[in-house]
Design a protein around this ligand. Structure first.
Ligand SMILES: Cc1cc2nc3c(=O)[nH]c(=O)nc-3n(C[C@H](O)[C@H](O)[C@H](O)COP(=O)(O)OP(=O)(O)OC[C@H]3O[C@@H](n4cnc5c(N)ncnc54)[C@H](O)[C@@H]3O)c2cc1C
Length: 447
């Protein structure tokens, strides 16, 4: 027997909560009956709120990449349990990496390849434009807009939202975009067709991919970044110079060593003020400044949060039957120690593991994720920590193919694979053996 709010309940065809004696939820009105406003205090009690409650065996808050793989993970174990996905996005779960890569550079990669098909494949009930606003772990309830959802197991997969560009935007986002969603892609694509010159702010992988995408689509592109050379925070100096040269050779104007301190966007275009007093003008601006991890719900619910929702090896948060995965989760990596990872391989694998555990698998997440980026025909992948302030050992087979090992106190903590295919497991093996490997063991180790 299903129990909600501690009492016996029945489930309607729509999975609505119909609980005898429950004063929080309003059962559906009989045919023809008019809703009463305010609700009848005799029937519903003085504090009654006109909310409906919908029950899901598995409720996922966040409708991104983790939501998709978690729903698939649940289905590997439980064919029938109801799955609800609450998403404040306007699109069903989709693949984000394509938004800054293949959709711009591969004519055969058309829009129909972007949605992940979550609802069709898993039967999940995906509620779009539905923002969760509160979680009550002790009651096993989540509020979203004017509804309440009750759950058997809850997964937090809220990812993060882009760090905003500090400018005065009078265009309501029409000429000043951040870049995270499919809607952002559609807006930037329309701008790329309408205007001549677009500024990209941020030299991380999203900023650099967007600059490459725009220039390859005929847009006059200026890339503003804080490093001395593009990529110099992660790549050794020589490699960063080669990386930046790819962009210059393609026609991207690079404004290095510069931080946007302010500016204005209006119908005439954007004007960006740099910290050094210089100014950059363009018709529009798109920024890739990283994300602010979306932990507000977890914090408000009293869950342990420390640079993300803290989870254990089975991805369980600090309240019963609540899990977290993906960009929002701070988890203990088997090889690399506790961390939060903002990359797609982690979203896919951790989402699947979380889904399986929601459905009772009780398995530890042991996958150490890799990440990748692709620009101008180059693909690099990495496992572990890439930080150019660490000592590096470079092993190049030719100018285009090589491996860089990052060492902290003589111990390998990160491996970069530059145009080296099928070597991610080799990189993980190096990290697993880090305690015993010397630097002489590294050259030639991965080919
Ligand atoms: C343009 C782009 C390119 C990328 N390229 C790469 C790449 O090449 N390689 C790589 O390794 N990684 C890449 N990534 C990163 C990768 O896509 C993310 O790590 C991954 O999407 C994280 O998945 P997630 O489900 O944790 O978060 P997300 O996919 O961000 O999903 C979070 C979802 O939660 C929703 N949400 C948040 N709060 C609420 C709320 N309160 N109520 C309801 N819904 C809510 C959001 O709207 C969103 O739908 C890229 C990311 C972007 C944006």
């Amino acid at each position: 027997m299903l129990r909600i709010h501690g009492v016996a309940a029945v489930r309607t065809a729509e999975n609505s909560c119909v609980v005898l004696g429950c004063r929080r939820c309003l059962p559906p009105l009989p045919d023809g009956a008019e809703p009463r406003n305010p609700p009848d205090p005799v029937r519903w009690g003085r504090d009654a709120v006109p909310m409906t409650t919908t029950h899901f065996d598995y409720l996922i808050v966040g409708g991104g990449m983790v939501a998709d793989t978690a729903a698939r993970g649940i289905r590997e174990i439980d064919a029938d349990g109801s799955i609800g996905i609450l998403s404040d996005d306007v699109d069903e779960p989709y693949t984000r990496p394509a938004l800054s890569k293949k959709l711009w550079t591969d004519d055969e990669f058309t829009w129909d390849k972007v949605p992940l098909g979550t609802a069709d494949d898993t039967g999940a009930d995906v509620r779009l434009r539905t923002r969760a606003t509160a979680i009550r772990p002790e009651a096993r309830e989540v509020d979203a807009d004017d509804q309440t959802f009750s759950y058997g197991k809850l997964l937090l997969a809220t990812g993060g939202k882009p760090v905003p560009l500090p400018i005065d935007d009078h265009t309501d986002g029409a000429r000043a975009l951040s870049f995270r969603t499919a809607e952002d892609y559609r807006a930037l694509r329309a701008l790329a067709e309408d205007v001549d010159r677009i500024a990209v702010v941020g030299g991380g992988y999203i900023g650099s991919e967007l600059a490459a995408a725009l220039v390859q689509n005929g847009v006059d592109t200026v890339l503003i970044h804080t490093g001395s050379v593009l990529g110099d925070a992660v790549f050794p100096a020589g490699l960063a110079e080669r990386f930046e040269k790819l962009f210059r050779d393609a026609g991207v104007e690079i404004v290095a060593g510069s931080k946007v301190a302010g500016g204005r966007a209006d119908a005439d275009g954007v004007q960006l003020q740099l910290e050094n007093g210089d100014e950059v003008r363009a018709d529009a601006v798109v920024s890739g400044l990283g994300i602010e991890v979306a932990t507000e719900l977890a914090e408000q619910a009293g869950l342990q949060v420390d640079d993300g929702v803290v989870v254990d090896a089975q991805l369980r948060a600090s309240a019963d039957d609540v899990y977290a995965a993906g960009d929002v989760a701070n988890y203990p990596d088997r090889l690399l120690g506790r961390r939060r990872v903002e990359h797609v391989d982690n979203a896919n694998e951790q989402g699947k593991a979380a889904g399986r555990n929601l459905a009772g698998a009780a398995e530890a997440y042991t996958h150490t994720p890799y990440y990748y980026s692709a620009v101008f025909g180059i693909r690099y992948e990495a496992v572990g920590t890439l930080d150019s302030s660490l000592e590096t050992v470079e092993d190049w087979t030719d100018a285009e193919h090589g491996v860089v090992y990052y060492l902290d106190d003589d111990r390998v903590v990160g491996v970069l694979l530059w145009n080296v295919e099928d070597a991610r497991d080799d990189a993980r093996a190096v990290l697993a053996e880090a305690d015993t490997l010397t630097r002489d063991d590294l050259v030639g180790r991965i080919r």
